[in-house]
Design a protein. Structure first.
Length: 124
């Protein structure tokens, strides 16, 4: 499996088949979402716990626009429609993966929530 296939296995299976997604993560993977003001999540188990508590329940649609790999770095961009707390949420992302020895050692995900997520309030 090349590095693009490794990254693809992770993002195509996250929240769908987590066991398959997590197979390609290093035990000490480092993950961050810049702009959200949080510390890096370090370790596969810590990432699983974080996403289990704060992530969506399921992925409804995933669209990858580009996946580019050079050396140890893979970049994928696209959008994802998820369900969380009974509400659908659209996010647009650019993910930067670093892959070594067949495992993802780092993921930096630049994410923006879609305007369509804003509450529709009707006036009577």
């Amino acid at each position: 499996m090349d590095n693009k296939q490794i990254a693809k296995q992770f993002f195509e299976n996250l929240f769908v088949d987590n066991e398959k997604a997590y197979q390609v993560l290093s035990d000490e993977v480092r993950v961050n979402w810049p702009g959200f003001g949080m510390d890096d999540i370090v370790g596969k188990e810590n990432l699983y716990n974080f996403l289990s508590n704060d992530g969506p329940e399921k992925v409804l649609k995933l669209q990858i626009n580009n996946i580019i790999g050079e050396g140890d770095v893979v970049i994928a961009d696209g959008n994802i429609l998820t369900e969380r707390h009974g509400k659908q949420e659209t996010s647009h992302f650019a993910d930067v993966y670093t892959v070594r020895d067949g495992k993802i050692i780092s993921l930096v995900s630049y994410m923006v929530f879609g305007k369509e997520n804003e509450d529709d309030t009707e006036t009577e």
